[in-house]
Structures are given as C-alpha cells and as structure tokens.
Design a binder for this molecule. Structure first.
Ligand SMILES: *[C@@H]1O[C@H](CO)[C@@H](O)[C@H](O)[C@H]1NC(C)=O
Ligand SMILES: *[C@@H]1O[C@H](CO)[C@@H](O)[C@H](O)[C@H]1NC(C)=O
Ligand SMILES: *[C@@H]1O[C@H](CO)[C@@H](O)[C@H](O)[C@H]1NC(C)=O
Ligand SMILES: *[C@@H]1O[C@H](CO)[C@@H](O)[C@H](O)[C@H]1NC(C)=O
Ligand SMILES: *[C@@H]1O[C@H](CO)[C@@H](O)[C@H](O)[C@H]1NC(C)=O
Ligand SMILES: *[C@@H]1O[C@H](CO)[C@@H](O)[C@H](O)[C@H]1NC(C)=O
Length: 493
C-alpha cells in the first residue's frame, strides 16, 4: 500500500470522469471570465510577460509592491558583470558560449556572494535555510518568489537558489530579491554546459532502445549498462537526481555560509508556491517534534491528496511508461488531471499534522530536515547513487528502507503550506505544461483560508500502520555506471 501515486494513475478513465472533467473546465472558464470583468485594465500591460486575460486575474491577486517580480525588464543599471547587450525589448542578452557560461558558473561557486547580508545580518543557527532547485521555468519562479516575499519571518531566512541552467534573465530576477538574504549556486555538470559529452549526450552513447547484443556489436559507450528494463541512458532524465544530490551535499558540507548550520533546511522547487505562514508552521512542527515525536526526522509541508492524478508531471509519466510498457499507452492518451477537492482541504485541517513513515510519492514536496538526518542519509550515498531509479525521491526512499538505522519518519502538514503550481494544469493539450491556471486557484485557496493560518498549536494524527513493504524494483533510467560514479563523486567525505 506504499506505492500510491504511480499505481493509482493506471486507474482507467471512464466516460463519466471525462464529463466531470469537461464540466470542471467549463466552470473554470466561466470563473476566469467573471474575474476578468472586474479587472482594472488601466495598468500598463506592456511591461508584463505574455500579458493576457488569465494573467490579469492572477495579477489582481499579487500585491502591487510585488509586481516588480513579474516585470520582465531588468532594473536599469543592473550590472551583471558580463559582456552582452540589451536587446530592443530591454532584455539583457549576454553573448555567452559554453566556455563563458562555465567560467561564470565557476565564479559564482567560488565567490559565494550573499546578497542582502548587509541588510538582514548573518545567518543565525535557528534561521531557516530554503534551498530551491531551479531549471528554466521562470514564470513559475516569479510566482514562487512572490509567495516567499509575503511569508511572515522570511527576512530571517536564507534563500539558496540552486541552478542547472544558466540564464541572465533568471539571474537578474533572483538578484532583484530584496526581502531576505540570497545566494546562488550552480550545478556544474549540467547538460547545458556538457551538450555533447557526458553527463550530456555523447554521440557515441548507445541509443535508448537498442538491444544489448546489438549495442555490444556497435561498441557504443555504455553498451554494458542498460537499465533494469533494458533501456540505455537518456541524459535529460538523469539531471534532476544528480542535481538534487549535488545541492544537498553542497549545502550541508561545502557552502561556506551553511556548512556549519545546525538548523532546518527546507527544499523547494521552482514550481512550488508557499502559504504565508509556512515558516511559522515549520517552526511549530520542529518544536512539536522535539516534544512529541522524538523519532520524526523529516518534516513535510506539502502533501498530495488522493484525488490528485500525478500524470501532470512528465517525469512521472515517463516512469510509468518505462515500467508499464505492456500497457502501450502513449503520452497523448495519458492526460493530466487535477480536481477541485485537492486544495481547499487547507482550511479543513489547518492545525493537523500526521505522523507517518516517509513515502516518496506523497511527502516529497516542501521537505525539511536538519544536519542530524543528513549525516545519516549521506552515509548511504551508495544506496542513492547506485539504485536503478532516476527519481531522487524514490532513491531516498530506497535509502530509508534499506540502509538507514532509523528509517525516515515524517511529520506532515495535512493542510498543505506548499503547493505545486507547475502541473500541466487543466488544459488538455499534450505539451501544455506552462499553464498558469493552478496559480490562480492556489491564490484563491490561500485567500479563502487566510483566517485559518498561523495555528497556535498542532493536532497530531497517526497514519495507520502500513504493511511491511516488499522490496521494490526501481523505475530504471539509472543503469549507467558513469551516472553512479558522477553521483558518488559529489559526496566528498
Ligand atoms: C495567455 O497566456 C498563456 C501563457 O502565457 C497562454 O498559454 C494562453 O494561451 C494565453 N491566452 C490567451 C487567451 O491568449
Ligand atoms: C568584457 O569584455 C572586455 C573587453 O571587450 C574584457 O576585457 C572583459 O574581460 C570582459 N568581461 C567579461 C566578464 O567577460
Ligand atoms: C567562445 O569560446 C571560445 C573558447 O572556446 C573563446 O575563445 C571565445 O572568445 C568565446 N566567444 C565569445 C563570443 O565569447
Ligand atoms: C544557537 O546559538 C545560540 C547563541 O548564539 C546558542 O545559545 C544556542 O545554543 C545555539 N543553538 C544550537 C542548536 O546550536
Ligand atoms: C565552520 O566550522 C569549521 C570547523 O568546525 C570552521 O573552521 C569554520 O570557520 C566554520 N565556518 C563558519 C562559516 O563558521
Ligand atoms: C535535528 O533533528 C533531530 C531529529 O531528527 C533532533 O533530534 C535534533 O535535536 C535536531 N538538531 C538540532 C540542532 O535542532
């Protein structure tokens, strides 16, 4: 009963579901239209990216002082320290080639500049360090930053933005954050900086679907190492797990500002959105753990609810395709779905937390732990790095079940304080994963829940005892020994 998400997904979609879904879309469309009628069009739309009607609804929920984080034009006089030019739209376009990018990344990683430290003072041992893994989805990132800006207590926090894609517009957005301390770190083995060599795609790598005997004949690079399902490595699916492992190692063991930090470290991603009381709740959970759950070693601020269909997420889609090949579903048939019941539960359970074994597919969002937990996890690096599964969360669960003396035991907020806005949303076009519909929904849920936020105490509930979990095969995608080696190399002990 441990593997929720990925198995649920295979529930057949009935005709009835289709009609319910169609109904929901209609309701949303009408809702947005009604919103629209009240939006003030006097603003200058020119300065906002892709401004249109649904954007207007979202914008109307963002405090005016934070509109600057939606403006695509960098501040005048921003000195990015690189050679380039402003194009006719006012975007800074650096003429960067790969060697420039590599040099720049190396500089950032050596200099470790902490922005705004002069204003907010040095990191305290009870400050929260928030590590945000970023690729290139800047629209979601803008909204994450807007949500962070509104959180109480954020001025004491340190934001660590961990990048695997170098982009001047993203840099300038991050460097415009003015509400707390900020540092940027850059994953140095990205596909962007290694487009034609490992960890990117080497021209002599074996094609994904080739048979092993054929591969051996061809003498392609990784002929000996297909994954559990007989497929060869696909660079683009390996990066997230490498990056995840790299940044956690980097933050706990290497980065000057955090390597002695004893307090909590919270992990977010570019397409998350936080509730304004998330720091309050996190600290309350930390205290409650010390008093009432000594064996809890990981906190989770977000939870997926039962009605959620994980298929919005293309990487998970891929996992399912890998493991369930026999079902012969195509991407087009597997469509994301997202239902209304998911979000409003926030104000039905504002104070409830659940004590439960950590389950990768349910508790991987808005996770926090401290150095004590990390020291145990990092001892199990080999379990993480050699497990044939390209999902970092499943690999972490593998560690928990097979290596840790004390398994990961979570305290989970029943009313989520972290939301996932990067779903493929309610639009059913195949590749439409840039939808902003969920942002609007989350904004409204949070507004409606406002008076239920900032609980004084937490109510503990306990998850039903789960049956002993069977040993589970990984999802594959991580059979190549070069990946194992790269991953292990990030843990310098
Ligand atoms: C509004 O913008 C979004 C993304 O910016 C786009 O997907 C959508 O199609 C646009 N809608 C209209 C009506 O132009
Ligand atoms: C920018 O260009 C100038 C000369 O054109 C050069 O001296 C300088 O090193 C360059 N700066 C960077 C950061 O590449
Ligand atoms: C691009 O990279 C090469 C080295 O590979 C360097 O010599 C050259 O100056 C770079 N070009 C630009 C425009 O920066
Ligand atoms: C945090 O620092 C304060 C003083 O700076 C100290 O009294 C306290 O013991 C420290 N807490 C931990 C957990 O290190
Ligand atoms: C972290 O601790 C090490 C030794 O324990 C010390 O040398 C170093 O200066 C400390 N760094 C910071 C930033 O406090
Ligand atoms: C870190 O978390 C553990 C529980 O995992 C707790 O026992 C310990 O007191 C925490 N350490 C600090 C310094 O807060």
């Amino acid at each position: 009963m441990m593997s929720t998400g990925r198995s649920q997904i295979w529930r057949r979609r009935s005709g009835l579901t289709f009609w319910i879904r169609a109904g929901l879309i209609l309701i949303i469309v009408i809702f947005i239209w009604v919103q629209m009628s009240f939006v003030d069009f006097g603003r200058n739309p020119g300065s906002f990216s892709d401004f249109n009607e649904s954007q207007a609804a979202i914008l109307s929920m963002v405090p005016v002082v934070l509109h600057k984080f939606l403006a695509t034009k960098p501040k005048n006089g921003t000195n990015l320290g690189l050679n380039g030019s402003y194009n006719n739209l006012g975007f800074y376009k650096a003429n960067l080639n790969i060697s420039d990018i590599k040099r720049s990344i190396a500089q950032y990683n050596i200099q470790q500049t902490i922005y705004n430290e002069d204003i907010f003072g040095p990191l305290q041992n009870d400050s929260i360090v928030i590590v945000i893994q970023i690729h290139d989805r800047i629209t979601y990132l803008r909204h994450l930053i807007i949500s962070l800006a509104q959180a109480r207590g954020i001025s004491q926090a340190l934001l660590v933005f961990s990048h695997d894609f170098y982009d001047e517009e993203i840099n300038s957005l991050i460097q415009s954050v003015d509400f707390c301390k900020v540092i940027q770190i850059f994953y140095p083995y990205s596909i962007q900086t290694h487009p034609h060599e490992f960890p990117g795609e080497d021209p002599s790598d074996c094609p994904r679907d080739i048979k092993k005997d054929k591969a051996l004949q061809m003498k392609c690079n990784n002929a000996l190492y297909p994954d559990l399902y007989g497929h060869y490595r696909e660079a683009k699916f390996t990066q997230t797990k490498h990056h995840w492992w790299w940044k956690v190692n980097r933050v706990f063991n290497q980065l000057e500002v955090t390597r002695n930090h004893t307090g909590l470290v919270l992990f977010l991603e570019e397409d998350h959105y936080v509730a304004e009381d998330f720091i309050h709740v996190l600290k309350l959970m930390e205290r409650t753990c010390k008093e009432a759950c000594r064996h809890c070693n990981i906190l989770s601020l977000g939870t997926y609810l039962k009605t959620y269909n994980y298929f919005g997420d293309s990487k998970k889609k891929e996992a399912a395709l890998r493991t369930k090949h026999q079902l012969k579903k195509t991407f087009a048939e597997i469509q994301p779905s997202w239902t209304f019941q998911v979000l409003p539960s926030l104000y039905q359970h504002p104070q409830k937390v659940e004590i439960t074994p950590w389950i990768s597919s349910k508790h991987n969002m808005g996770m926090a732990f401290n150095r004590t937990t990390w020291n145990e996890i990092v001892k199990c690096a080999a379990y993480f790095c050699k497990y044939d599964d390209y999902n970092w969360d499943w690999s972490l669960q593998h560690i928990s079940q097979n290596c840790l003396k004390q398994k990961l035991h979570a305290m989970v907020a029943r009313g989520p304080r972290v939301f996932h806005i990067g779903e493929c949303g309610v639009h059913h076009k195949k590749d439409n994963c840039g939808s902003t519909a969920v942002i609007s929904k989350v904004q409204k849920v949070l507004r409606a829940a406002k008076r239920h936020l900032y609980p004084d105490y937490l109510i503990l509930t306990y998850a039903a005892v789960l049956k002993k979990n069977k040993l589970r095969k990984g999802n594959g995608g991580w059979g190549d020994h070069r990946d194992h080696k790269l991953c292990l190399g990030m843990t310098i002990r």
